[in-house]
Design a protein around this ligand. Structure first.
Ligand code: NAD
Ligand code: TYD
Length: 353
């Protein structure tokens, strides 16, 4: 069994679906079901004994300790986090609580379990894999080389600062207590079950709803896009063969300016689901005020994971983005459900959407 935290969210749910498509090892899913967590993502596993769900907080030491004692997982994969930069700018508190304090308490519970309950081979085989982001490295200039694992941490947003703090704690638990940890720092993901507050699903959703497609600033900020299933396969590989205490950067070698991404989405939608009035979706593009402290460019050098672990992404941006648009077209009920209620109110305030 493995314990996966935050597995009702975007990447975590894709990870569980991918994991159980590859093997029968049971997944214990611990998720607080915040606005970003949605069990509908895992509806295809209903009645499947290989998926156990517990609603709870990674910061609840007693709960995590009791789950570890009861289920004795051989690994913990930590996806649980507050993940949206804009939200961290408007209200950093939850990011500090979950990403820093929550990760700390989770580490404490795992340390007690690993140091106390496990022995011999089980202790030696145990892994704590912490899922993190390339945003901890800060922002690149146009001609800078991509982020490698030896780049300095220079986080700029409350989100990236909170993730950086959690990475440091994970590193310290290895260095100080010998906890068998692995850390992955990944670039921007996209794909199914992506909550429509992030650029790609927001643009698809707004385009189909006839709403503005908000471009922050000049739209020339660069992100390095990775199809979510490729991220999942990389995490599986790191869990299987990563060297203890190491960090692995994960990316898809797909640097794109935001405006280009939005134009690509509009063109695919023009093709797959043309507007009723025959006009192109790009007419809905609207330039809005830039995000404060907006990082200009992220790019991942994924050489280490390829060289050491033989991992490479399977999708190009062109194949992955088309699959993604198709998924959103086929799953509009999912989007409606996750964008109801409180989220819609918040979104309305942010974007007038
Ligand atoms: P998400 O916001 O879609 O999902 C986060 C999940 O964590 C949700 O299900 C939520 O309910 C749960 N959660 C939040 N607080 C919790 C708590 N205190 N206890 C238990 N569960 C809690 O995020 P995501 O995009 O799937 O990201 C997953 C992880 O990957 C995060 O750690 C994020 O920093 C990292 N990451 C994301 C990206 C990306 O592009 N989305 C890229 C690199 C790294
Ligand atoms: P986002 O998906 O929020 O991911 P991150 O901030 O973690 O990279 O944003 C991706 C890029 O798109 C980022 O440069 C901000 C920009 N962006 C917009 O231009 N408009 C939007 O409505 C959103 C949500 C993001």
């Amino acid at each position: 069994m493995i314990l996966v935290t935050g597995a009702a969210g975007f990447i975590g749910s894709n990870f569980v679906l991918d994991w159980l498509a590859q093997c029968d090892e049971v997944v214990l899913n611990l998720d607080a079901l915040t606005y970003a967590g949605n069990l509908e993502n895992l509806a295809s596993l209903e009645g499947d004994a290989r998926h156990l769900f517990v609603k709870g907080d990674i910061g609840d030491f007693d709960l995590v300790a009791s789950l570890l004692a009861r289920y004795k997982p051989r690994a913990v994969v930590n996806f649980a986090a507050e993940s949206h930069v804009d939200r961290s700018i408007h209200g950093p508190e939850d990011f500090i609580q979950t990403n820093i304090v929550g990760t700390f308490r989770l580490l404490e519970a795992v340390r007690a379990y690993w140091g106390g309950a496990l022995e011999g081979d089980a202790k030696a085989a145990f892994r704590f894999l912490h899922v993190s982001t390339d945003e901890v490295y800060g922002s690149l200039e146009k001609d800078d080389p991509a982020f490698s694992e030896s780049n300095r941490y220079e986080p700029n947003s409350p989100y990236s600062a909170s993730k950086a703090a959690s990475d440091h704690l994970v590193r310290a638990y290895h260095h100080t207590y010998g906890l068998p940890v692995l850390t992955t720092n990944c670039s921007n993901n996209y794909g199914p079950y992506h909550f429509p507050e992030k650029l790609i699903p927001l643009v698809i959703h707004n385009a189909l709803a006839g709403k503005p497609l908000p471009i922050y600033g000049d739209g020339q900020q660069i992100r390095d896009w990775l199809y979510v299933k490729d991220h999942c396969s990389a995490i599986r590989r790191v869990l299987e063969a990563g060297r203890l205490g190491e960090t692995y950067n994960i990316g898809g070698w797909n640097e794109k300016p935001n405006l280009e991404v939005v134009h690509t989405l509009c063109a695919i939608l023009d093709d797959l689901s043309p507007r009723g009035d025959g006009k192109p979706y790009k007419e809905q593009i609207t330039y809005v005020k830039d995000r404060p402290g907006h990082d200009r460019r992220y790019a991942i050098d994924a050489t280490k994971i390829e060289r050491e672990l033989g991992w490479k992404p399977a999708e190009t941006f062109e194949t992955g983005i088309r699959k993604t648009v198709r998924w959103y077209l086929d799953n509009q009920a999912w989007v409606t459900n996750v964008t109801s209620g409180a989220y819609r109110e918040w979104l309305g305030k942010q974007y007038g959407a």
